[in-house]
Every structure is written in structure tokens, then in C-alpha cells.
Write a protein that binds this ligand. Structure first.
Ligand code: AMP
Ligand code: MG
Length: 343
């Protein structure tokens, strides 16, 4: 018995601590603790306006490696570095590209990630060996205050297991990441619900690598026409390798996902008859439809996918928005959740 107990206690790992924090006026003592963990090379999950991020000191290689381990993220998928001010962003870049000033003035802080040539001080571990680095200044008061308190650039991908729907609550973070995360700052659900737009400024004209919180239409006001990367096949051709974030099956629940174009007039009827057919075949079916606007749909989408998984649904039937405004980002996530590049 004593041997058994010894064995048992030896395999217990440290629990992740979860602390509630006011999303508008974050507590300074809590932030100071989180900042110390980051300075000491630990991992802190924190809210941003898009989704929860899993943060580490971006210039500390050992800390950055812990992110990949906790997420089970492949080393070829680079991380976004979060900064609290413009000077911190400039310090990470080798050369300021065209449009950088205009875009940061208009959209920072906010859900726009800019890919620029990296300064030599950015570790290869962060950029997966690339010569470029992705940088963003988040708008969430907790993220902003944490960056100020830590006074560090923070590498922070979404705080989910690789391939799973991104976390929009602290509970989602804890569901996916039980080991290796020192602290989760719980400020309630995030407001946007989809990730940042990733814009490559090293190409001319700049190209959207991942549609997100800042719409293509709003970027076009500054850039003129802006292209969207065509997905995995085009990027493999261009780079001769799998480009980051472009794996086909991503943001995926365990259930199989089937999509229905919302702007086809018989969308609701087609979803209903498909659901009935699946139920006749003995399948557990879940439906995701738009209650009011697509912004709300975006905010709640990842939580709904996780909820339906928890209910052991086998097939999810989901409405697909037109490719405009926030709809472009939603389409991208849903097509990947369904394991498709086009419908
Ligand atoms: P996540 O923060 O989990 O949403 O993932 C970060 C994503 O940002 C990656 O999957 C890429 O799509 C993108 N990204 C990060 N760094 C780069 C880079 N240097 N070049 C191109 N895309 C990048
Ligand atoms: Mg992610």
C-alpha cells in the first residue's frame, strides 16, 4: 500500500491556477503576479478581445518551447508576439515596411496581426525559423495591462490544444490545457470570438494570410485592393512547404461538420431535412444557426462547437455566412472545421 501511495503522489502534476479578474479594471496585484510568472519563464493564459491566448516571454527560448509542448503544437507553426506599445513592436522588426504606420494608427490596439521582417533578437523558436515575425497590439484591458506590468513582448497563440476550436472562455482553456500552464486569468467570455486578421506586409501588395477581426473591407480603405491567401494548395506552391495556420482540418470539434450557405433561399429547409435524415440513421445531430447578426454568431461559434462536442453530438449542421465583413473569417474557420478549403 505504501508503494502504491508513493507512486500515486509521484505522478500528480501541479494544477493550473485560475484567478477571476475584472475585464474592465483589472486588479494590479493579480497582474503583478502574472507578470512575475512570465518574467520567470512560466506560462499565463489571458483574455484578449479575440480569444484567450497562452502567453510566454517571447525572447525566452525555454519559455517559448513550453507553449508548443502545452498546446501540442507542431514546431512549424509560428507564434504571434503581443506588444503593449508601438516602440515594442518596432524593436522586434528589422525594417518598417510600407503601410505599417498607417495600419497601426488605424487598427492598433485591435485584432490585426502584422507580419514583418524580424529583428535578429526574435528567437527562431517563435517564428518557426522564418525571417518574418507576426506582431499584434491587443485591445483587451487585461491583455494591455498585463503587457504593461510585465514590460515584455509576449508570444501568445490561442490557448487551445492544436487543431481544436479556439478558447473564448477560461473554462475552454482548462478543458484543453491541464498541464504546464501556471495561471489562467479569467475575465469572462471574449467579445469578438474569432482570431485576429493576419496580414503579410512583406509582400507587395500586402496579403491576408488569415481573415479575422479586422475586415478585408476596412483594410481596403488603407491598402486599396487586398488579396486573401487562397489556402493550403496555393501556399504550398509559393513556399514549397506547408504554410502556417493553413492545415486543412483546424478549429475542429470532434463531431463531423456539414455546412449550408446561409444566403441560399432554402437554407433552413435543407438543414432541417438533412437533420431528419441523419436522425433516421440513428445519429446525434446538432444545429448551429444565426440568431441575429453574424457578429454575435462569431462571438458564440467556438463555444457552441465545444458545447455540442460535450453533448456527444456526431454531426453538426451549421449555417455559413456570405464572404463579407466578419463573414469572411467565420467561413474560413468553418471550412477548416469541416476539413475543406472550399465548399
Ligand atoms: P494562433 O495565435 O494560434 O492563432 O496562431 C498564430 C498564427 O499566426 C499562425 O498559425 C500563422 O497563421 C500566423 N503567423 C504567425 N507568425 C507568422 C509568420 N511569421 N508568417 C506568417 N504567418 C504567421
Ligand atoms: Mg490558434
Amino acid at each position: 500500500l505504501s508503494l502504491f501511495l508513493f507512486h500515486f503522489s509521484a505522478t500528480v502534476t501541479t494544477m493550473t491556477e485560475r484567478i477571476q479578474i475584472n475585464p474592465q479594471i483589472p486588479d494590479a496585484a493579480v497582474l503583478a503576479r502574472a507578470a512575475k510568472i512570465l518574467r520567470d519563464g512560466g506560462l499565463v493564459a489571458f483574455p484578449t478581445e479575440t480569444v484567450y491566448g497562452l502567453g510566454a516571454h517571447a525572447l525566452d527560448i525555454a519559455a517559448v518551447r513550453k507553449i508548443f509542448a502545452a498546446k501540442e503544437r507542431p514546431s512549424w507553426d509560428p507564434l504571434i508576439i503581443h506588444v503593449g506599445n508601438l516602440a515594442a513592436a518596432v524593436a522586434l522588426t528589422r525594417k518598417i515596411p510600407p503601410f505599417f504606420e498607417a495600419l497601426t494608427t488605424e487598427f492598433w490596439p485591435g485584432p490585426l496581426t502584422l507580419v514583418v521582417e524580424k529583428s535578429p533578437k526574435v528567437p527562431d523558436e517563435v517564428t518557426s525559423g522564418r525571417k518574418t515575425v507576426a506582431i499584434r497590439m491587443p485591445a483587451h484591458p487585461v491583455a494591455h495591462a498585463l503587457l504593461e506590468a510585465a514590460n515584455l513582448p509576449i508570444a501568445a497563440p490561442s490557448a487551445n490544444k492544436f487543431g481544436r476550436p479556439s478558447p473564448t472562455t477560461a473554462a475552454h482553456v482548462l478543458e484543453d490545457l491541464q498541464n504546464g500552464v501556471d495561471l489562467v486569468l479569467d475575465a469572462g467570455p471574449t467579445t469578438l470570438g474569432v482570431e485576429s486578421t493576419v496580414l503579410d506586409l512583406t509582400q507587395n501588395p500586402p496579403k491576408i494570410l488569415r481573415p479575422g477581426g479586422v475586415t478585408r473591407e476596412n483594410l481596403a480603405k488603407i491598402l486599396g485592393e487586398v488579396e486573401v491567401a487562397r489556402g493550403v494548395s496555393a501556399e504550398i506552391e509559393r513556399e514549397g512547404a506547408l504554410a502556417p495556420g493553413m492545415t486543412e482540418k483546424h478549429y475542429a470539434p470532434r463531431a463531423q461538420v456539414e455546412l449550408f450557405e446561409a444566403n441560399l433561399h432554402d437554407c433552413a429547409a435543407r438543414m432541417r431535412s438533412r437533420a431528419e435524415q441523419l436522425q433516421r440513421d440513428g445519429k446525434r445531430v446538432g444545429l448551429i444557426t444565426r440568431a441575429d447578426d453574424w457578429e454575435r454568431f462569431a462571438r458564440e461559434l467556438f463555444a457552441k462547437l465545444r458545447e455540442l462536442d460535450a453533448q456527444k453530438v456526431e454531426v453538426i449542421l451549421c449555417e455559413l455566412p456570405p464572404a463579407e465583413g466578419i463573414g469572411l473569417a467565420i467561413r474560413d474557420r468553418l471550412l477548416r472545421a469541416a476539413g475543406k478549403s472550399e465548399l
